[in-house]
Design a protein around this ligand. Sequence first.
Ligand code: AMP
Length: 253
Amino acid sequence: MSILVVGSVAFDSVETPFGKADEALGGSATYFSTSASYFSPVKLVAVVGSDFPEEHIEALKGRGIDVTGLQKVAGGKTFRWKGKYEYDLNQAHTLDTQLNVFSNFDPILNDGHKDSPYVFLANIDPDLQLKVLEQVRKPKLVACDTMNFWIEGKPEALRKILRRVDIVIINEGEAREFAGCSSLVKAAKTILKEGPNALIVKRGEYCSLMFIGNSVFSAPAYPLEDICDPTGAGDSFAGGFMGCLASTGDLGE
Ligand code: AMP
């Protein structure tokens, strides 16, 4: 079954101790869609500017991703993110965020989008996540992600989203920041009280934890020998997770 995703499609400029990339293709929805497309059909809702090359759109289409909901604004500039990692690659440090065409994006979903059974609200402005969610008719499962930029900038809008989703997938720093405490168990309780049924906390190279009611499940991460740039790892994880659920239809714990 198909997954509808809204999130950023971006140019990323990233520096790590091992190298540098300038204006590379990035964005939460880009990574999510690519990863999910290995399991299920994906429909992408996002916006880019006229500086966004056709070859990137062709690459998404090449993975079978439906890009009819990807708007291109004439004369507009694509979202840009600049980030840096130290030797601890689990923690991204944002140097600059330029929303550009996302500042005025007002997505109008078509009938195909509205009937999507699976919805992923990838990391983007929670007001925009809500605009998309309100147009979807009867989703079977809705999950969301976010980050410190929105936790600090739009906490109220984010709470509205948490009330309406089944699953929240965020990293450990974000869970701690949202809940205002360092214990992940306490943070999970605080977040689950906002409304979702399940919380998945990504812990980078260590593991991911799933909290449902009073139960906790831990899945270890597969240790990789060479990692140069972890950008998009969380979005790709969410894509695999949602893609797998949508392909099996099994929503049991
Ligand atoms: P991840 O490494 O999976 O947490 O996500 C990295 C992606 O998030 C990058 O490709 C960025 O373009 C994107 N990103 C960074 N900041 C934001 C933001 N404030 N809103 C939406 N997407 C963002």
